[in-house]
Design a protein around this ligand. Structure first.
Ligand SMILES: [Zn+2]
Length: 75
């Protein structure tokens, strides 16, 4: 199995925000399948992004499957 370089935090962030080009999304997802440390990093970023998003409101909606859980987080 071939490892690509770890995506940078910025790339992971853009991936979580849904602002990454599709070709790069594929690379990130393939990498996440094999790299647990990047999954950890992504999860930490995701938690950060969620708290950021709840303080900013939900004007930006990345197409993630977290949408269903969003309601529970709203205040
Ligand atoms: Zn990695």
């Amino acid at each position: 199995m071939e490892f690509i370089d770890h995506p940078s935090e910025e790339v992971l962030e853009r991936y979580l925000f849904g602002s990454l080009p599709e070709s790069e999304i594929e690379q990130v997802e393939e990498h996440l399948l094999v790299c647990h440390s990047c999954i950890d990093a992504a999860e930490q970023l995701l938690a950060f992004v969620r708290s950021l998003r709840s303080s900013l409101g939900s004007s930006r909606k990345p197409k993630t499957r977290a949408a269903g859980r969003g309601a529970a987080l709203e205040r």
